[in-house]
Design a protein around this ligand. Structure first.
Ligand code: C2O
Ligand code: CU
Ligand code: CU
Length: 495
């Protein structure tokens, strides 16, 4: 929403409860005093002297247990984070397309949680919708057949109003799908394939994770000063003079990264959310919003032996709250001479464009204005619902959009009037990005394949095309997790 709008709306909002009034007036005073829009805190770089580590690889059958874990990875101090097995995060699943997985999940927390399989085309009953909670101490067996292209997906909790906290505390993991088709391309594998979960954390004095968003941080998303990769702060990794495959997830709540190499070298984008792109594209930087994944080839033979190259986030424009600072994420030390015979295939597996002539409906979603009306019966408007979709805040029971099974539709996310970036995500399906007008006015490399999350910057209108082949009730929402928890989520039902 617009900050001005927020103040104006507060001016005529009816506040009937005492608590609501107190919260509102303290917010208002705070806003009046500062009157400057909130910005992301500066990133504190470390010394890049801790080795990068990778979550253990799991096949099917691995049990996940959400709970508090002992860690030392963030600052070297003994402290606690949340995770699914050992330490922060969870294991990386590596599953062949066509196989059936069965993952027994236990909720070892003292609050409700569940697992959403972000990017997996699973039946609605297995999707981990906010309706489908696993109570503390209870177990649920997630079981589904993997029937989709190879690609990098992930999993994380999805309890309404608590997703931001639970992911920030450490609950997330990668899910890699492999296929014979992709294997035939001989992309860099084994030690040359690096799964990277990039996140930012705020730490308390004992080195543990602190999740306590202020009102401003609900507005812009909760961002931390400490960048971690696979749970490790300021890591380094030794590489040889050859091509590596970097499979990157932005697992942050609100922070957007503009990925680049510190020596300015170009790198090649070969895939995004839904697997490989139809054609590789070479770039020197690439925006990655919360929830999105990219598949990158980096040729370290272009860097001198014994040089150091950082994967960094470069400055970017288009949003006031972040992008002003460049910072390093992970250091690669090129310390081994090796020749590889890797040749990028000139063509990658085809993706048939979803034909817009089959479109039966265009739905438009206004994501650029704030302050929900549906949650605002008098006093209940306080705090909640500053982020909305078509003026509505999330309601679990309500079906907002009814979509005929097997229909093709265009959905338009309109952020023309907004001043915050919104990575919009649909459950249960992939889509293709059709167009972006306003703002950047073009599609970036990673948007030319199958997507499940698309960044809509302030001033932008983005159209996507979707063929709905997965029946059931699913959510769609902003993947800035503070916005999502604030109610920027609706339900659609395919039937
Ligand atoms: Cu990764 Cu509903 O989200
Ligand atoms: Cu999802
Ligand atoms: Cu948002």
């Amino acid at each position: 929403m617009k900050r001005g709008t927020f103040l104006k709306t507060l001016g005529f909002g009816t506040v009937s409860t005492l608590a609501g009034g107190a919260i509102l007036s303290s917010c208002m005073n705070h806003d009046m005093e500062t009157m400057t829009p909130a910005v992301a805190p500066d990133v504190l770089e470390g010394s890049f002297s801790t080795p990068l580590s990778f979550p253990e690889t799991s096949l099917t059958g691995t049990a996940l247990n959400a709970g508090s874990q002992n860690i030392t990875t963030i600052t070297g101090k003994n402290t606690q984070a949340w995770g699914y097995k050992n330490g922060i995060l969870g294991p990386t699943f590596r599953i062949q397309s066509g196989s059936t997985v069965s993952i027994p999940f236990t909720n070892g927390l003292t609050e409700e949680t569940n697992i959403h399989w972000h990017g997996l085309l699973v039946p609605a009953a297995m999707d981990g919708h906010p309706d489908q909670m696993v109570m503390p101490g209870k177990t649920f067996n997630y079981s589904f057949k993997i029937d989709q292209r190879a690609g990098l997906s992930w999993y994380h909790p999805h309890p309404h109003e608590k997703t931001g906290k639970q992911v920030f505390m450490g609950l997330a993991g990668l899910f890699i799908i492999e296929s014979a088709e992709e294997k035939a391309l001989n992309l860099p594998a084994g030690a040359y394939e690096l799964p990277l979960v990039i996140q930012d954390k705020r730490l308390n004095t004992s080195g543990g994770i602190d999740y306590s968003p202020t009102m401003d941080e609900v507005m812009i998303g909760y961002m931390g000063e400490t960048i971690i990769v696979n749970g490790v702060h300021s890591p380094f990794h030794n590489v040889a003079t050859r091509t590596y495959r970097l499979r990157v997830l932005n697992g942050s709540n609100g922070r957007i990264y503009n990925l680049a190499l510190s020596n300015g070298n170009a790198f090649t984008v070969i895939g995004s959310d839904g697997g490989l792109l139809p054609a590789p594209e070479t770039v020197t930087d690439l925006l990655l919003a919360p929830g999105e994944r990219v598949d990158l080839l980096v040729d370290f033979s272009k860097s001198a032996l014994n040089s150091e190259v950082y994967l960094q986030s470069s400055v970017f424009s288009g949003v006031n709250s972040q992008g002003r600072q460049a910072f390093k994420i992970v250091k690669f030390v090129v310390n081994k001479a090796e020749t590889d015979s890797f040749k990028l295939p000139t063509s990658l597996p085809e993706i048939a464009p979803i034909s817009s002539s089959a479109t039966t409906k265009i739905r438009t979603f206004d994501i650029g204005v704030g302050m929900g009306t549906s949650g605002g019966h008098g006093g209940s408007m306080a705090m909640k619902g500053m982020h909305t979709i078509n003026g509505k805040v999330y309601s679990g029971e309500r079906i907002d959009e009814s979509v005929p099974l097997n229909s093709t539709e265009i959905w338009e996310f309109n952020n023309s009037a907004g001043d915050e970036p919104h990575p919009m995500h649909l459950h249960g399906t992939f889509f293709q990005v059709v167009s972006r007008t306003g703002g950047r006015s073009r599609l970036i490399a990673s948007e030319k394949g199958l997507k499940d999350t698309v960044l809509v910057m302030p001033g932008e209108k983005v159209r996507i095309i979707i063929k709905f082949t997965n029946a059931g009730k699913f959510a769609f929402h902003c993947h800035n997790l503070e916005h999502e928890d604030d109610g920027m989520m609706l339900n659609f039902e395919v039937k």
